[in-house]
Design a protein around this ligand. Sequence first.
Ligand code: ZN
Ligand code: ZN
Length: 294
Amino acid sequence: MTVQIPLSEIDRARHEDLGDGAWTIAPDLAYLRLSIVNVVFFGMPGDHAEWVLIDTGLPTSRSSIVGVARSRFGSDARPSAIILTHGHFDHVGTVLELAKTWDVPVYAHPLEHPYLDGTASYPPPDPWVGGGLMALLSPLFPCGPIDLDTRLRPLPDNRSVPGMPGWQWLHTPGHAPGHVSLWREADRALIAGDAFITTGQESAYEVAVQQLEMHGPPRYFTPDWEAAERSVRDLAALSPELVISGHGAAAAGAGMRQGLDRLAERFRETAVPAGTKYVRKPATVTNGRAYQMP
Ligand SMILES: [Zn+2]
Ligand SMILES: [Zn+2]
């Protein structure tokens, strides 16, 4: 069903180990590898620095995130904003608590708001996409919604990213209707969210080992594969130099681009779980607010 992209074609980003699972990959870009998911910190390190948190991990991730924030930005570290690539449970686990503690706004694409303002749940995961235990257990994963109430804001229409000068958000739907990736042209850095990922996410073994490989979005949670393919093609066309995705290590350079190009070119055979329900009939957005169930 799948064709692996050889690991040798993907270069690791130049990581600097900050300890406790955190790594820098650019002077103003660091990420924290939590048990199954990444969060990203944007901002130059230093006391009272301006910074932004991208995604918020699992409900158990709070102390790890706050610990890295304090060591990087000072003991009273507080971001100017939280940006969500999308609203899946492993990306919003601490957002309610952190947004309240820090008293900061949370930005997401308007098509993602129903899952963040208490209006709608995501379509149920498909455990039959193959790949292993994570997929089989996926019906146990929460589908939301959460309610951020007045802290929730739409990403600006002009595609700027609040608190992140030089970056723009790109709508990369498919894995989720309002999924966004963040792009900085100056150094061709890409925060991809789950539009594509750099490790397998379907089996417990893959999640534990976190081997570096170019991989389509997590299959059990992706309800629109045609949109997901377009999004991967759009991101590959950017020819990024550095990528950090929602799952797996950061990657960089020509090998990463080659892997991403091959994922885009061979998306059907490498990423799409053939014959499964959301491949037969995507769950799509209706009226901009909710999914039509297949
Ligand atoms: Zn996701
Ligand atoms: Zn994810």
